[in-house]
Design a protein around this ligand. Structure first.
Ligand SMILES: [Zn+2]
Length: 1011
């Protein structure tokens, strides 16, 4: 059954195969002439294919079976038929029918979505293979974790591995429809499964007898059902525009394919669970956005820096081979080199790359539904290039069946290639797994260590949970150990460091060392990299973004330190010590202080406004003092939230205010719900209650303040202020998002009869009144720009970025106002933040345009004239006079105004209402932590978190996204602090009544309660 040849021979054969396939495609993929075909189904395939060149011999006919149902049984028509999309449940029903009718198919539930819909994996192979699937898994498990093959001298027993390889079948895992608007994969995979189970063509028989094909036909099951609803609505309303898919999954849309790092979504965890349970060699994800088939297996550079080089060879081998095969069938528009770089490990398929497998992704051509449509391509899509000599046609009539033909043909031919070379790929799998275990002694490092630090435990646990979701093994030092850190710069000496007992160790002599290394390390994207269009974020360093100290240790001695494996991390925090009636919880930037307030509904909780010391321990400002709660209740909550506390004999003497349980509203725009979805995820996950409203709700509610204390207007995603106000143009018909009998899966999260109207000027006025009356409005990125442009944030402007370049990078920041409530718990430390594009703010003491620099002075220091920089000019014929000294102003500061500039100037903002800068970027030299930063000067040291004052309330503006893709846990407390202290964000007013002064900012005619 196998080719016991050395790797290089197999690789050489593989390259030859590509050429050989081209000449003998017909023979290689010939059908069994003795097997009857299904004439009706076959006829429909031909009818629904819009051009003969979009069909291949592999899918032109469908073999008939007396016992196994074709997809028609569930669909009522053939796979890829026009005008019809099946729900996830119908797709699953078909696979279960297959499993009932043939021993070559088995269905396994792999978990549920956030909304409770089931996900499945379907295994297809000869009955004999499936019968011993468990034994095969055990063998693969040994190849996946070669520590089980360790010899007494510390090496690996390669001979034993070879014997395992000789008796083992690989597993090829295909996933469909993660992106809900990309609708073709489920039907293509239904038919593919039928063919794999029924077809007696020699090449299919070979696949069936040499490997297990695993299929998850619908990854995003929640989004699929909503998309089918939308499509049904469209078919029921001919001639009308149809609603956009406002929600895909429960939390995010397209970003569900950016979750493979933080692993926050059920679909990521379910797919990784299935992938690792089967110890699959490939994870092949199906997408639809490029004509006609972009196999981005080869993609473009820069490739991820933490993968095994063998994987790169496998990408080249599989990608180019697949293109050659498709070419041999005469199918136009297939290519594998393209603009997708493989730098970020955030894509679902990349779970395989980070776990010693092979990641692959197809982009085929989808119509976003099942309509057959005329498609007009752009020059960059139809042009002939060196890697696409047979490009797609400029104009084409395109059907879902065409799409299914491409998906199935490419998959069948690549499965055939994989089956023919199964031995080779298993050998690679073992080699990659082995090298992952040997990482400390090869390229290193040996381990990452998070030093034990009770102030960081709460966030450390968040990071350790991510690593556990990645199936990374964790350990803990049982005694202190000394080791060395590599020199910071070449030529310097290593630094000795002592790690306390209890420190967390991520050993890299384990099978999944690569994903730990990729997540915890720093990234560097050269500004002059030939790739000018990074596909996604360039930096993600989790140690930085979770704001925990993480040491990259190259010294392999650390691996012999005394440590124990840590399976359960739940009991590491949540302790209550001391005795007394007052419980103090120090604020050290935990993410669960705000959730605790909501859990302790009836307790008296106060928040210290200044630091204090009590019973030998120091407490920073923002620490909690709790009384009036039963100990069992408190300890249970503290354990659940990983918070440590100390009982004190008496309430410490410190300025404190009662902690509110603010009434929070999440306000979303109907234009896009994805980026705010990540915020919702964080709030739900933490257990912070909120009401979910839209900008339309705000437009309809004149008295928002009576309902809410805090309104969160999380980022929409590149929305302009005009988009926020006007929404979608009202030219055409209404676009509803409602649960009806026709669309049972819409509604749910939020509902509207027409998604088009935006906030409007009424809504803007309501928001303005809400803030003026003491509410807190939290804004970020585009919604912060909206607040600035619409006058909700007096004195704040967007800093011109000029030629500064940032693409999803981790940048360093400095607290400007460490005593501000938003900064509590950070102890004035520097804070790494995620910056999408280098957005930053300028601050001014006056209102105005042009970057709020209405008092522009062309001279930063002194005008041209006599003398030197430190001299004054002397005007001839005039007695020398002394000019006012120009006050020195930092980039994050507002320019000081002199007497002349403030006289009779209605644009001057009263001191009480001037914006406060809380956080700024560090200087240009120290700003980059991870990713790409080029020409940093224009944004260096500029403000990025600003508290703007409007009436009696506040508008908090974030230029960074503090709650992003589950990756930025370190900056969550900035948002949570603001909410916890929303009533205490006013500037100190030594004289005068802030409310009276605030009335100046009220909308005309609306009065305000003095409270
Ligand atoms: Zn996609």
């Amino acid at each position: 059954m196998s080719l016991p040849s050395p790797l290089y021979t197999v690789a050489a054969l593989a390259l030859l195969c590509a050429g050989a396939t081209a000449q003998s495609a017909k023979a290689a993929f010939a059908r069994d002439p003795k097997q009857p075909i299904d004439p009706f189904y076959t006829d429909k395939i031909r009818r629904y294919t819009t051009d003969p060149s979009f069909l291949s011999p592999l899918v032109a006919t469908l073999p008939a079976s007396k016992t196994v149902p074709t997809p028609e049984k569930v669909l009522g028509d053939v796979a890829g038929a026009p005008d019809m999309l099946p729900y996830a449940e119908d797709v699953h029903r078909y696979f279960r029918m297959l499993a009932e009718s043939t021993p070559r198919v088995r269905v396994f539930p792999i978990g549920h979505s956030e909304e409770g819909r089931e996900m499945i994996a379907v295994a297809i192979a000869d009955e004999s293979l499936l019968k011993e699937a468990e034994e095969n898994k055990q063998r693969l498990a040994q190849l996946a974790d070669p520590r089980s093959l360790r010899t007494s001298d510390g090496g690996m027993d390669d001979a034993k591995a070879q014997a395992l390889i000789d008796s083992t079948y690989p597993v090829y895992y295909i996933t469909g429809s993660i992106h809900s608007t990309e609708t073709g994969a489920p039907t293509a995979l239904m038919e593919l499964a039928y063919r794999l189970a029924v077809d007696d063509s020699p090449y299919i028989k070979y696949i069936r007898s040499h490997m297990i094909v695993l299929i998850t036909p619908v990854v995003e099951v929640d989004g699929r059902d909503r998309m089918v609803d939308i499509y049904k609505w469209h078919k029921a309303h001919p001639g009308e525009q149809w609603p956009k898919l406002a929600y895909w999954g429960h939390y995010v849309a397209h970003d569900n394919n950016r979750d493979a790092m933080a692993m926050t979504l059920n679909l990521s965890n379910n797919v990784l669970g299935a992938y690792l349970d089967w110890h699959a060699q490939v994870l092949h994800d199906l997408h639809e956005s490029v004509p006609y088939l972009y196999d981005n297996t080869v993609g473009d550079g820069p490739y991820n820096a933490w993968i095994d080089p063998t994987l790169v060879d496998e990408w080249q081998e599989l990608g180019w081979n697949n293109v050659a095969q498709m070419q041999s069938f005469g199918m136009p528009g297939v290519f594998t080199h393209g603009d997708f770089d493989t730098w970020s490990p955030g894509y679902l398929m990349f779970l395989a790359a980070m776990h010693n497998g092979i990641s692959r992704l197809y982009e085929t051509f989808g119509n976003g539904g099942a309509d057959t449509e005329k498609r007009i391509l752009q020059p960059e899509e139809y042009s002939r290039t060196w890697y696409r000599q047979n490009p797609p046609l400029p104009v084409v009539m395109w059907s879902q069946r065409d799409n299914n033909n491409y998906e199935e043909t490419a998959l069948l031919s690549t499965l055939s290639y994989f089956a023919q070379n199964s031995h080779h790929f298993l050998e690679n799998f073992y080699a990659k797994s082995k090298r992952s275990v040997q990482k400390p002694n090869n390229e290193g490092p040996a381990a990452y260590v998070l030093p034990w630090d009770s102030a960081e435990t709460n966030r450390q646990l968040q990071l350790l949970e991510v690593l556990q979701r990645q199936h990374v093994e964790l350990s803990r030092l049982t005694e202190a150990v000394s080791t060395t850190l590599p020199p910071a710069k070449a030529g310097q000496k290593p630094t000795a460091v002592k790690l306390p007992a209890g420190s967390f160790v991520v050993r890299l002599d384990q099978p999944y060392s690569r994903v730990a290394d990729a997540l915890l390390d720093r990234q560097y994207w050269a500004p002059d990299d030939p790739q000018k269009h990074p596909y996604d974020d360039t930096g993600w360093s989790f140690s930085e973004l979770f704001h925990v100290k993480s040491l990259r240790i190259a010294d392999t001695g650390i691996l012999s330190a005394k440590m124990s494996r840590m399976e359960d991390i739940s009991g590491l925090a949540g302790h209550l010590s001391g005795s007394g009636t007052v419980v103090a919880i120090a604020n050290t930037g935990q993410i669960s202080l705000l959730p605790l307030l909501y859990k302790l509904k009836d307790a008296q909780v106060t928040i210290a406004e200044k630091p204090f010391d009590a019973e030998g321990k120091h407490y920073g400002a923002g620490s909690l003092l709790i009384t009036g709660v039963s100990e069992p209740e408190l300890t249970a909550d503290m354990k659940a939230l990983a918070l440590d506390g100390t009982r004190l004999a008496a309430t410490p003497t410190v300025a404190a205010h009662t902690a509110p349980r603010p009434r929070i509203a999440f306000m979303h725009s109907w234009q896009s719900t994805q980026t705010e979805g990540w915020w919702r995820y964080a709030f739900d996950h933490a257990g912070i209650p909120y009401q979910y409203i839209s900008t339309q709700t705000a437009a309809a509610q004149p008295d928002l303040r009576s309902k809410y204390d805090v309104i969160i207007f999380a980022p929409i995603g590149h929305a302009t202020p005009e988009d926020v106000l006007n929404g979608t143009p009202l030219y055409g018909n209404a676009l509803p998002w409602q649960k009806t009998t026709l669309t049972p899966n819409l509604g749910g999260l939020d509902t509207t009869a027409d998604t088009r109207p935006g906030l409007g000027y009424e809504g803007l006025q309501h928001l303005r009144k809400f803030v003026s009356q003491g509410g807190l409005l939290i804004t970020c990125e585009d919604t912060a720009e909206f607040a600035i442009e619409t006058g909700l944030a007096p004195g704040v402007a967007v800093a011109p970025r000029k030629d500064a370049r940032v693409v999803g990078s981790v940048l360093n920041t400095v607290f400007v106002a460490p005593d501000h409530a938003v900064a509590w718990g950070f102890a004035g430390a520097q804070l790494p933040v995620m910056s999408a594009d280098g957005l930053a703010f300028n601050i001014s003491n006056t209102l105005g345009r042009a970057g709020n620099r209405i008092l522009m002075d062309p001279y930063a220091q002194r005008p041209t004239g006599r003398g030197s920089l430190d001299d004054s000019d002397v005007v001839q014929g005039q007695k020398p006079s002394v000019p006012e000294v120009l006050p020195k102003q930092q980039p994050w500061e507002a320019r000081a105004l002199d007497e002349d500039q403030t006289r009779n100037n209605p644009l001057v903002i009263p001191a009480l209402f001037r914006p406060e800068v809380i956080l700024r970027f560090s200087d240009a030299k120290t700003m980059l932590l991870s990713g790409l930063l080029d020409k940093a000067e224009p944004i260096a040291e500029r403000a990025i978190v600003v508290d703007a004052h409007l009436g009696a309330g506040n508008v908090l503006l974030f230029a960074n996204n503090p709650i992003y893709r589950g990756e930025t846990v370190g900056s969550y407390p900035l948002v949570f602090n603001a909410i916890m202290n929303f009533q205490y964000l006013q500037r100190e007013s030594p004289a005068g009544n802030p409310v009276a002064a605030a009335n100046r900012w009220l909308p005309n005619g609306s009065a305000m309660d003095a409270k």
